[in-house]
Design a protein around this ligand. Sequence first.
Ligand SMILES: Cc1ncc(C[n+]2csc(CCOP(=O)(O)OP(=O)(O)O)c2C)c(N)n1
Ligand SMILES: O=C1C[C@@H](O)[C@H](O)[C@@H](O)C1=O
Ligand SMILES: [Mg+2]
Length: 651
Amino acid sequence: MDTIRLTTAQALVKFLEQQYVDFGGGPERFVHGIFTVFGHGNVLGLGQALQEAPGTLTVYQGRNEQGMVHAATAFAKQNRRRRIMACTASVGPGSANMLTAAATATANQIPVLLLPGDTFATRQPDPVLQQMEHTYNLSITVNDAFKAVSKYWDRIYRPEQLMTALLNAMRVLTDQADTGAVTIALPQDVQGEAWDYPLEFFCKRIHRIVSRLPHPDEIAAAAELIAGKQRPLLVCGGGVRYADAGADLRAFAERFAIPFGETQAGKSAVASDCVYNLGGIGVTGNGSANALAAEADLVIGVGTRFTDFTTGSKSLFAHPEAEFLTINASPYHAAKLDALAVVCDAAEGLKALSAALEERGYRSAYTDEIVSARKAWEEERRRLAGVEYTVKEGAHGTSGSFVPEIAGHFDELLPEYAAKLNTSLTQTRVLGILNDCIPKDAIVIGAAGSLPGDMQRMWNSAVPDTYHMEYGFSCMGYEISGAFGVKLAEPEREVYALVGDGSYQMLHSELVTSLQENKKINVILLDNAGFGCINNLQMEQGLNSMGTEFRYRSPEGQLNGELMQIDYAASAAGYGVKTFRASTAEQLRSALEEAQRQERSTLIDIKVLPKTMTHGYGAWWHVGVPEVSGSEAVQAAYEQKHGQLEKARSY
Ligand SMILES: Cc1ncc(C[n+]2csc(CCOP(=O)(O)OP(=O)(O)O)c2C)c(N)n1
Ligand SMILES: O=C1C[C@@H](O)[C@H](O)[C@@H](O)C1=O
Ligand SMILES: [Mg+2]
């Protein structure tokens, strides 16, 4: 057997660049590059390997370990999981910083390879800098925390263990039904230790990804179930996009006259103008999709995990005879809601089911309900996009009146916000302008706060695969990091991160990396001076506003002083980003036009009024309302929750 003497880290790098995937169109390189934040835990081992022989791997310099892993995740998500990135962090805090993003990747089922440095396998110098010591078990390190957020976890104590670890890592990273973060912890001494590896271990490996075909018995049962139903409704989930099954879903909907609602991950699998596309469904869905969902006698979930946001905490599909059918590559997800399961790739399942239904001559019993529902939502969307704040402050006081979308929380505070933020822009108006002005083939990214709800409802995707939402973990900080990852995946397109002021404050470090790499991203920042959606949640469940508005501490010692005024444009300009400010519709339109002309990253600091985001539309969300409280409003919210719970499915 021919061998080659390499360190563990050198072998790892050599292996990664030989991994290819073939989804049917020929082999493509799987691992595009590696994000790094070097410290003593990885710079000498993996760092040396990457310096000496990086091969085809592009080495990126991350700014924050969480941010770089989000970027890597977004890269893989935008590539429909066909190309991935690796990420390495130093021991201790560097590794711990990756945890949140590892969880984000795993919750969303997006492959990412994590290579955190670890403490010494020999334990000779223990405790090393940044080692966390457990007196009850010396083998535990910070990296054990990744077990809870990874789909595969391993630690390399000896160089030769690397081989089985990497083969298993590839198994999980290419698994279409059950993938996510893969963590291989690398003790810093082992990274530099050598072994005579068999040469054939580094041969070009092509991982053939074959679509799982549906079983004829499952298709027959599914066709039988649909045939007995009048008003079926499809739910288009992320699996449709990963399986490249948008055209199949559209053809299925058109052939059998079945409308579909979009989940956050599934949105833009089919363009919004498809006459069967009802748009966003669920808690952050629109009124029309939710109304048809309530009347559906069969819900056909395609590639969806049926989260609480999609099912309205299992209360949305309220027809007394509603049944569930699923097409999902994962048996686990397919079995949810006690559904009749067809376990297979979304495209293959839809094609087979289509053939079976054609044989039966099936067509749904909808008449004009789908057209009417789309029309009703289009009218409501137009209203939302036109909402203007009409109160004027003059020398003789305030004139005019205004009822925000979320009325009754702090209507009387809106003039204060309007004055402090110096704006009259409503959030729904901003969404309308953005959707009109942003190029149709640009990719929009979102993750947390009130924006995902507004986007799922109001964003019309003219071009498939242009909507990139991380709502499996809804992790603040994904937006800007993710936009950078998307730009790496699609360098020819404009990308726009839609981000709240809270998320921007939490994490925007990879904005600097976008400048360093000359990969332009556009940050659309909506500043409403607070954690707006959480303030809404707090107040609609009967609580007072506390800790969710960005106010100075008052002389009385509470966080209820003056509103903070933050110049986000100035903050980004300091990095070298081209920035704009907008507090009127005209300023916003012109900033968007100018931003598009730029070659480097841009940021538009848009001041918006709180309580002017979209809200409601008929789906309930089960949240933890207190059973005991001195507040009548909280007691009422608790009663209301119980009323809703009685109407919801219990499993
Ligand atoms: C990492 C992380 N921490 C906390 C949360 C909980 N959370 C969800 S939205 C939100 C506030 C978001 O504020 P902002 O970005 O300003 O958006 P807005 O709701 O004001 O539009 C918080 C704290 C989260 N989703 N992610
Ligand atoms: O707690 C949350 C509430 C949602 O409205 C929000 O979009 C999400 O980011 C979140 O974490
Ligand atoms: Mg905010």
